[in-house]
Design a protein around this ligand. Structure first.
Ligand code: SAM
Ligand code: SF4
Ligand code: F3S
Length: 474
């Protein structure tokens, strides 16, 4: 039985009406120009995807977008709560907005995203940042027209952070940037409650979009000329559990793989507890699915994994990895790791080092444990000093750098199919793309580079640096 509900058509109509009212107010206020919105997104691709929908709503209300705070009439920070560092950056940048607001009293300052779903953060904003006009949590994004209308017509600060769960807002306009890659959410929320993680508290219960909504959006993305679709969810392997349709994630991948057009499919994130051989087989079989699996292991030690509430052990993880290696030649594996979980000893940390050596990851996202208010791990005794954790962290990074360097060295002289994404940010006169395994590769161009941006090209590796490759078109 389905427990998921989409936001009702009636509610969406109410929001569409608010959108038109806002548009009318804005066109009277800025009668000789379009109002400009500045959007900055922190955190994961889920947040980036939410911002694309928020921007779709803003566009309908008559906003255009700007990269300069000086010229902005509306400023929005879409925030992330996953680590303390992420929150500190937001507070620093919100503090910095005060001077812009003093220059432009009409500027609307809005904060949304995962931080705003937490009461203690909303209280801090309320007390310390009185010039913030609009605060809304992750479950209220689709109500942005109503919230802006309230602000424009009432003038006072508007706060909206309902705890409601299980709702998905379909048919929200999406404003994607003009790059070649598109994000496509397949599910929202998370039910796993890993003891260190704030996501289940700020994103609500796990809920999946119905397959036809996803497939229709995929078709639209392809028809708009995007060449890569990344399917998003905190735990894509449990996709569809409460849907009307009985389609699981492996079947969804196969359905999207069947769509016409030249494009690549990626997905993230897989959780080892729910990752199945069926999914790995689907990756192996589907020609459009990149041969890359991001499978976060977090720790190589069984006691720590249990304390993290991850529901798999080292053996089960390695079994999945070995199955993937046996079915997908050249598979590229990446992962997330946490160093210094409360109570972790150096001996236990060494199990993480041995696991990364055993697997041979292409790259790793490495994090030092950050206590998050409201999570179980934040209450656990944490005797290891921060400097000690930093030493372990550096040791981990050094080992992984060596692994990555030896892996990329083996790629020298080989030719790879590459999706060309744009101009290199590191080297003038070079274009940049990614291999199927998601490794950045840069290569020189001679003339007409625009004509090959957004196309698949064969590139031969001439030089391997630690994380990226250099090559030439072949
Ligand atoms: N859903 C994904 C999964 O289960 O692997 C991960 C999503 S989380 C947004 C991204 C990564 O942030 C996690 O894999 C974990 O390594 C890291 N992370 C989450 N909470 C953390 C914390 N409190 N301290 C340090 N790293 C954390
Ligand atoms: Fe956080 Fe765990 Fe959910 Fe990933 S699976 S979002 S790490 S609680
Ligand atoms: Fe993503 Fe950060 Fe929220 S990682 S889900 S934006 S807490």
């Amino acid at each position: 039985m389905s427990i998921n509900n989409n936001v009702s058509q009636e509610q969406l109509k109410i929001q569409a009406d608010f959108s038109q009212k806002v548009k009318a107010i804005l066109s009277a206020k800025y009668y000789n120009r379009a109002p400009k919105a500045y959007i900055h997104t922190y955190g994961c691709q889920g947040n980036v995807s939410d911002s694309e929908r928020i921007m779709g709503l803003l566009k309908e209300m008559g906003y255009e977008f700007t990269d300069s705070l000086e010229s902005a009439d509306f400023v929005l920070y879409n925030t992330c709560a996953v680590r303390e560092h992420a929150e500190d950056r937001v507070f620093g940048n919100v503090g910095n907005l005060k001077k812009y607001k003093e220059e432009n009293r009409d500027m609307i300052i809005a904060l949304c995203g995962c931080m705003m779903q937490q009461e203690h953060i909303r209280e801090k904003i309320h007390k310390s940042y009185p010039y913030v006009d609009l605060v809304f949590g992750t479950h209220a994004n689709y109500r942005l027209p109503e919230l802006i209308y309230k602000k424009l017509s009432g003038g006072r600060r508007v706060v909206c952070a309902p705890e409601e769960n299980g709702e998905i807002a379909e048919n929200i306009p999406v404003y994607r940037d003009k790059s070649v890659k598109a994000w496509l959410p397949v599910m929202y929320g998370c039910d796993n409650f890993c003891t260190y993680c704030i996501v289940p508290y700020v994103r609500g219960r796990e809920r999946s979009r119905e397959p036809e909504d996803i497939i229709n959006e995929a078709k639209e993305i392809i028809s708009q000329g995007y060449k890569e679709i990344t399917l998003l969810g905190q735990n894509v392997n449990s996709y569809g559990k409460n849907n009307k349709s009985d389609m699981n994630f492996a079947s969804l991948l196969k359905e999207i793989n069947k769509l016409d057009g030249e494009f690549k499919i990626r997905f993230m994130t897989s959780h080892p507890k729910d990752c199945t051989k069926e999914l790995i087989d689907a990756v192996a079989q589907c020609d459009k699915v990149a041969k890359h699996i991001h499978l976060p292991f977090q720790s190589g030690n069984d006691r720590v994994l249990k304390a993290m509430n991850r529901h798999y052990d080292r053996e089960k993880y390695l079994e999945l990895i070995n199955y993937a290696k046996s079915k997908i030649p050249d598979v590229s594996l990446t992962s997330d790791v946490i160093v210094g979980f409360p109570g972790e000893t150096y001996e236990e940390f060494k199990d993480t080092l041995s696991l990364i050596k055993e697997v041979g990851f292409t790259s790793l996202f490495t994090f030092i444990f950050s206590p998050r208010k409201g999570t179980k791990a934040a209450e656990m005794p944490d005797p290891v000093p921060a400097e000690e954790k930093s030493r372990w962290f550096k040791e981990l990074c050094t080992v992984q750098e060596e692994i990555a360097a030896s892996r990329t060295a083996l790629m020298k002289g080989k030719t790879y199919g590459v999706l060309v994404e744009g101009f290199s940010k590191n080297k003038e006169g070079y274009l940049s793309g990614r291999t199927d395994g998601n490794i950045i590769i840069e290569f020189p161009f001679s003339e007409n580079p625009e004509s090959i941006i957004g196309t698949f090209q064969n590139v031969t590796v001439t030089q391997s640096l630690n994380w990226i490759l250099r090559g030439k078109l072949s």
